[in-house]
Design a protein around this ligand. Structure first.
Ligand code: FES
Length: 102
């Protein structure tokens, strides 16, 4: 098994008690996840894995995602332009400051 160089965890608002109904899901996280997967593929970034995950506990700043191993936490990822900037950050090694959570 080839391990990914980067792993993006996208909040899908999963909760232990049922359906994903949290902030990120309501703000279109699933659509952005699809766009992220497609854009990574288009750019040939096969070493970037993507997983949907449970609530990252930054709901008020969602949609949220985390990039590892960089440990970059991003919030307000509400557009394809935001996803593009985050993928750019993975490629360049420089975080997308506009979306970084403190
Ligand atoms: S639902 Fe996404 S951070 Fe809580």
């Amino acid at each position: 098994m080839k391990k990914p160089a980067h792993h993006v965890f996208v909040c899908a608002s999963f909760r232990l008690t049922g359906e994903p109904q949290g902030a990120c899901a309501k703000k279109g996280a699933a659509r952005l996840l699809q766009y992220l997967e497609g854009e990574l593929s288009d750019r040939g970034l096969g070493d970037v894995a993507v997983s949907s995950t449970g609530c990252l506990k930054v709901c008020d700043r969602g949609p949220a995602l985390v990039v590892y191993p960089e440990n970059w936490w991003y919030g307000r990822v509400e557009s394809e332009a935001a996803i593009d900037a985050i993928i750019d950050s993975i490629e360049s090694g420089v975080p997308a400051a506009e979306y970084l959570l403190a």
